[in-house]
Design a protein around this ligand. Structure first.
Ligand code: NAD
Length: 260
């Protein structure tokens, strides 16, 4: 389905990003992986994915909070594969604190890694997409791009910002073959959420299963985590030709969270 396409997925050494990279490679796209982690573990992820899917899979260690790194990441992908046809802005971090105690350095880190990185990558990838008159920009946002929760001021602000960026870019390229959308998952069981489960278990002195149901999934009516594979399937759909008129959308995949 995506043969002759190439994709760049930021933050794809773990969790949702790796799941999306995996699905794109299985659909035939070349894939540039990015993110942090142990070098040997990442090389194994890369080579296993290439061997399993028979597509070209590369890795770039850019820190997406830095504009220069992101420009180099996009340029390296274009040089290796000839284009960035699909850009998935997925890298993200979380930090939880009451707003009056929120460390400024953590606030800026969240804005840089979640919101500013998306701007840098879109800015760098869009000229090539315009030249080819085809592109898919998918920003991996969150239900927290649509609604708030206490103690997540930086994350909620950055995720709302990503939706504003999505809509603006969609309008700017609306007459081209490029679409720009936001995917807004509810809770997904990844290392990012594992850290929150551990923190909440300590804070509330509750066992893990009660923390998951009563604290983490309190606002997710399905009481089930969203599956990474289901998010990846939505990405594939948005990359297809039948999604060409879906642009500027913020699509929830959240077990009913934002229906409340
Ligand atoms: P994760 O912690 O498993 O993965 C995050 C990835 O981002 C990792 O590969 C990490 O190395 C990378 N990363 C972090 N900082 C980076 C930087 N400066 N430069 C490059 N890469 C960097 O988290 P996840 O749960 O898979 O989250 C992926 C995205 O999905 C995030 O944007 C997150 O906000 C969003 N999201 C997650 C959930 C959830 O419940 N897990 C829900 C909604 C949205």
């Amino acid at each position: 389905m995506l043969k002759n396409k190439s994709a760049l997925v930021t933050g794809s050494t773990s969790g949702i990003g790796f799941g999306i990279a995996h699905a794109l490679a299985r659909a035939g796209s070349s894939v540039m992986l990015n993110g942090f982690g142990d070098a040997a573990v990442i090389e194994k992820l890369r080579s296993d994915l290439a061997a399993e899917t028979g597509t070209r899979v590369l890795y770039h260690a850019a820190d997406v909070s830095r504009a220069g790194d992101v420009a180099a990441l996009v340029a390296a992908t274009e040089q290796a594969f000839g284009s960035v046809d699909i850009l998935v802005n997925n890298a993200g971090i979380q930090f939880v604190s009451p707003v009056e105690d929120f460390p400024e350095e953590r606030w800026h880190a969240v804005q840089d890694i979640v919101l500013n990185s998306s701007f840098y990558a879109i800015k760098a990838a869009l000229p090539g997409m315009k030249q080819r008159n085809w592109g898919r920009i998918i920003n991996l946002v969150s239900a927290h791009g649509l609604v708030a929760s206490p103690f997540k001021s930086a994350y909620v602000a950055a995720k709302h910002g990503q939706i504003g960026l999505t809509k603006t870019v969609a309008l700017e390229v609306a007459e081209t073959g490029i679409t720009c959308n936001a995917i807004c998952p509810g809770y997904v069981l990844t290392p990012l959420v594992e850290n929150q489960i551990e923190g909440q278990a300590l804070a509330h002195q509750l066992p893990r299963d009660r923390v998951i149901r009563e604290v983490i999934l309190a606002s997710q009516p399905s009481k089930r985590f969203v599956e990474i594979e289901d998010i990846a399937a939505l990405v594939l759909f948005l990359c297809g030709e039948s999604a060409k008129s879906i642009t500027g959308s913020a699509i929830p995949i959240d077990g009913g969270w934002t229906a409340r």
